[in-house]
Ligand binder design. Sequence first.
Ligand code: ADP
Ligand code: MG
Length: 312
Amino acid sequence: MIEINHLVKNYGSKFAVDDVSFKVGEGEIVGFLGPNGAGKSTTMNILTGYLSSTSGEAKVGGIDILENPDEAKKLIGFLPEQPPLYVDMTVNEYLNFVYEIKSCRLNREKHLEEIRKVTKIDDVKNRLIRNLSKGYRQRVGIAQALVGNPPVIVFDEPTVGLDPKQIIEIRNLIRSLGKDHTVILSTHILSEVQSVCDRIVIINNGKIIADERTENITEAVDSTRRYSVKIAGPQREVLAALNALSGVTSVEVTGERELDSYVYLIETARGADIRKPLFYAMAEKNWPILGLESVGMNLEEVFVRITDRAGN
Ligand code: ADP
Ligand code: MG
């Protein structure tokens, strides 16, 4: 449904996108993951016809966005990084405006009502956009992308700037849209793509460094488990006892201290689950465990892990 071939975009000697190729099949939800400045927005802006490429091609539904922009754009609903909202319009005025500029032919009342229901903005339909919270504005941004019922939806960092509750709502909305749309969304948050997407395409410095099913990425990333554990007991002895546990590959004191307890960062080997042995070992010594949580990797660490693995 989406096909990007050898896409390049440079600004002088700076390559924002450097030979990017990937495909998204019909009905897939694909996450486009990368840190800030990786080239996500540039790629999405080219794919949606908002920006021209230096070379390479982008096709939607088999239609080249450069050769046939009007036809290709009809197939795409786009939520750019900065949603193009007119804040002096009410939600309804704005959606009607979008309906007009997209020359939509669907039954206006019915179609717009359906979109307001799906995006849960029906209760604010008569409010000025300028008076809406960030979460509602984002949903209005998603609503405009859905006008015309395009089969392909492109979301650029749809949850940036939202609070945790709003993030969950938007993710659920994207998941449900994925049931009958082809979706590509960009993010710099690994857990976001893990929770929403079937497949993850990772971009760094304008280059694709991984393109795999979500399970495979998750497995690569979880192969070493890390825990942060808070234990009340004498630091040196606790450290020695932790290091002696089977499956532990490294232990570090994080420096966090509270009365007689310290926080330790424990890394364990692939497949080892140290939680029970840890509990028994500490109980035997009368060193209470005050807290235990797993620690995820940051994006940098994920990249190192994935590129290391690819190189092996
Ligand atoms: P992302 O969306 O992943 O954060 P972008 O696609 O916005 O990344 O940007 C990729 C790179 O291209 C960045 O280094 C950015 O500074 C650069 N870039 C983007 N737009 C321009 C521009 N108009 N002029 C010069 N450099 C740009
Ligand atoms: Mg961006």
